[in-house]
Design a protein around this ligand. Structure first.
Ligand code: ADP
Ligand code: MG
Length: 157
């Protein structure tokens, strides 16, 4: 699935739409360069789950946990592990595929911890002159994520 967003609000709206479809155990990998819009997407995602305060990127803490009505939300930003390494000893897999929903910025740095079923979302600037345009690509790995993506496609179109 491929979507063009024209501004940050639209990317947040996509995050909100996805948040309505997830259930405990779901994992979302967020790819994209610095400033692409990963945290912006997560902001919308969190807001739809009832988290209204501004989301701080957990670059130094690696993970921030939020309580929602139905499950914990784990927001991970593991950017700094790209330089420091050592991801394998952190036990981050405890956040994935279990009681909560996990959304992860820079997931390639913790590949060993990925669950079997996950959504991959890649946000990229376009080559257009529109500074606020992004292309968002969504892919599913596993049946649960495939089902979510099919529903999202129906809602979004
Ligand atoms: P990342 O977490 O990927 O490093 P952020 O979400 O922190 O990126 O920052 C993205 C920046 O780009 C924000 O300042 C946001 O307002 C801006 N922006 C402009 N257009 C868009 C868009 N279409 N989608 C997401 N963010 C956008
Ligand atoms: Mg970020």
């Amino acid at each position: 699935m491929r979507i063009i967003t024209e501004n940050a609000e639209e990317t947040q709206k996509l995050g909100m739409a996805l948040a309505k479809l997830v259930t405990p155990g779901d994992t979302i990998l967020l790819n994209g360069d610095l400033g692409a819009g990963k945290t912006t997407f997560t902001q919308g995602f969190a807001r739809a789950l009832g988290i209204n305060r501004p989301l701080k990127s957990p670059t130094f803490t690696l993970v921030r946990e939020y309580q929602t009505t139905n499950f914990p939300l784990y927001h991970l930003d593991v950017y700094r592990l790209g330089e420091e390494g050592g991801a394998d000893e952190l036990g981050l897999e405890e956040y994935f595929g279990r009681d909560g929903v996990a959304i992860i910025e820079w997931p390639e740095f913790i590949k060993a911890a990925w669950p079997n079923d996950f959504l991959t979302i890649t946000i990229a600037r376009t080559s257009n002159h529109n500074e606020a345009e992004r292309v968002v690509t969504l892919d599913a790995t596993g049946q649960q994520s495939q089902a979510i993506l099919e529903k999202l496609e129906t809602i979004w179109n």
